[in-house]
Design a protein around this ligand. Sequence first.
Ligand code: NAP
Length: 493
Amino acid sequence: MTTTSDRPLRHAVIGAGMAGILAAIKLKQRGEEFVVYEKAAKIGGTWRENRYPGLTCDVPAHAYTYSFEPYPDWQAYYATGAEVQGYFEHVVAKYGLAADIRFNSEVTSLDWDSAASQWTVTLADGTAEVFDVVIAASGVLHHPRLPEIEGLDTFAGRAFHTARWDEHAPIDGARVGLVGSGSTGIQIVTAINKKVERLVHFQRSPQWVMPVPQFPYSEEDREAFRRDPALIDAIRFADEYIGNIRRFTDAITDVDGPQMLAIEQICRDHFETSIRDPELKEKLRPNYRAACKRLIYSWCYFEEVQHPAVFVETGRIARVEPHGVRMAGGAFHELDTLILATGFHADRFIRPAGVTGEGEMTLDRFWATRPTAHYAVTLPHFPNLFMLNGPTGPVGNFSLIDIAERQWDYIDQLIDLLRKGEAAAVMPTVEAHEAYEERRVAAAKTTIFGSGCTSWYLDATGVPSSWPWSYDAFADAMAKPVLSEYAIRARVG
Ligand code: NAP
């Protein structure tokens, strides 16, 4: 490659959530030119959008930080959503990023200009700017999925999705309906069961629960963390925690291996010994394997769901009526408030922004079968476009911050080719990506996620949309891009 770069590269980062903030810090530390576009008026991504009662990050708080920015101030082993949002606000202030972020700036399209090797980034207000590199950090679980239940719009009380929490909705002393028993619905049960008059939890699928400890940190603990960061490292890099991540990914990929069997045994024992009422027990008994859906980590769900105010409804919902929910069997639940914990459209990523790459290839067309990216990060036909927490990255009960940091290391090495003038455009070849994706799909089908359950991990064809190999294999892949899999183009002209 013979090109030379006569000006600094310009980077656009899309999204000021965890991953976009990471990219901004890294670019700032390098002295690079960049702009972060954020569609909302605040940073935080998923932690800004989700404010439901009981929201807790189920990764231990000290492990849910940037590796370079430990935080002594956590209140407990598992942090609330509000605390996590506070952490990211603290980081943005500490790194002086506010001026680099353009708030209320929704990106509506990205268009690649092959001649100039640049992206035109267009915003909702019609303005446009040109960049050499685009980093899409726009999140995964971002677009609420509302259930298709007849009559939902006829409900006379307040009905809302969990990511659009309605502070004015009656909860205290009210009759509340809650649809959905994913991580979100389960956490809400544990937070509002003692406040309501009655909570009807509409549960289509029960959940396996991994019991975990939760305990507060005292002010003395926090003072000790401030004085001696090694105490934080002892938690976040603890053999037990790191070992659990490795064991979990080993279990996911070796579904009949000892690690998976151990996880199943713990979940089964927890279930068998926790539910006292036999009728409730049968309602809560899953008919699929543990960890097929995203495993629930909880220290209190089984206890809290047995509170007398909670009724677990496992019948089929026929329709919503103005004053409650009618079951297919005819029963009627009178309700004041209806909470929809029904998850997200997990296949959107940067969409609905329109993305048009080389040869007029659009992202919608490229992702017609399923969203894919080379090693979850780069895309053929879309040069100089890099994804953080994009499609088919690792999923599980571990820190996505760690995943994003590793992805950044990979991306940074590719951008380095542009910085050094060794290339003007870089993207995986179609052949390399197809071969990779064929291997990934074949392996994904054999993971625990493909063992026979519904979940947001599955793509439209029923294939798990995730990294199907071990954690160490992911770490190795991210350590160094295989450049022979990439088309590395010099500047035209
Ligand atoms: P989810 O896991 O997709 O769960 C959606 C729930 O709604 C499921 O129980 C689903 O039932 C049910 N549902 C959907 N449509 C329905 C309908 N028409 N009628 C009845 N039930 C319906 O969504 P989520 O709970 O919001 O969690 C999504 C992800 O967010 C989690 O897996 C996790 O990755 C992340 N999260 C993390 C934390 C954390 O602590 N870190 C907390 C919350 C969320 P089926 O299972 O039968 O489809």
